[in-house]
Ligand binder design. Structure first.
Ligand SMILES: [Mg+2]
Ligand SMILES: [Zn+2]
Length: 219
């Protein structure tokens, strides 16, 4: 029986590059940036941001997936971290406000395709790219999420167990508020500081592994 589930954000946490920024930088000039900044100020939702940004992209989805496969790499300590968790029977689950096709492709590149994830969906229909934002939680105070990570934390928490969350960005704030132990860097650690949410600062998964070993007193 496993009483610990480790939830990891994908972009910027597991990956070294942000998939969305990689795509937009390549296909959308600089016009994608203002709506990104508005999203960071919590003025527009993930769905609004995504639809505006992709309206600037003139390329088939397969080409975007191929670009991501070429240019997005992962934290070199992540595969060892997954093993560390698996040998302790802790689940590892990825939770992303990005898209399934990119996550699948990057994980497959590193033989991590077995990891479960929860994300929004991107697909092509009649040559047009479209999206599904699956987990919008009507109770979520964020009100801006495509895939609400607070909702995922609530859904996946093992009965009587704990959720460890590892993240780096503003779409992680709901998860950071709901999880039992939080690892944060980047904009997420600024947010946690501001809001008084307890967290452990980290740079990479080697840090997370070391801290979990020390704090949870596991070998
Ligand atoms: Mg992130
Ligand atoms: Zn939310």
């Amino acid at each position: 029986m496993s009483d610990t589930l480790v939830l990891c954000d994908f972009d910027g946490t597991i990956t070294l590059q942000d998939t969305n920024h990689t795509i937009m930088n390549r296909y959308a000039g600089e016009a994608w940036i203002p709506v990104n900044l508005a999203w960071r100020r919590f003025e527009v939702s993930t769905e609004t941001r995504v639809r505006q940004q992709y309206s600037l992209v003139r390329a088939p989805l397969d080409e975007l997936v191929a670009l991501v496969a070429r240019e997005v790499g992962i934290d070199p300590g992540f595969p060892a971290f997954v093993e560390f968790c698996q040998t302790r029977a802790w689940g590892v689950h990825i939770v992303s406000d990005g898209f399934d096709r990119y996550i699948q492709r990057v994980l497959a590149k590193y033989d991590l395709g077995h990891l479960p994830f929860t994300s929004n969906k991107i697909f092509s229909r009649d040559g047009q790219i479209d999206f599904r934002f699956l987990q919008q939680d009507p109770c979520c105070p964020c009100g801006m999420c495509g895939n609400c990570k607070r909702f995922v934390v609530r859904q996946l928490r093992p009965p009587g167990g704990r959720i460890v969350f590892v993240g780096d960005g503003l779409s992680d704030r709901g998860a950071a508020e709901a999880a039992d132990l939080v690892f944060a860097k980047g904009r997420l650690s600024d947010y946690c500081d501001r809001e008084g949410i307890p967290f452990i600062e980290y740079k990479n998964f080697e840090d997370v592994q070391r801290e979990l070993r020390a704090r949870l007193l596991v070998l």
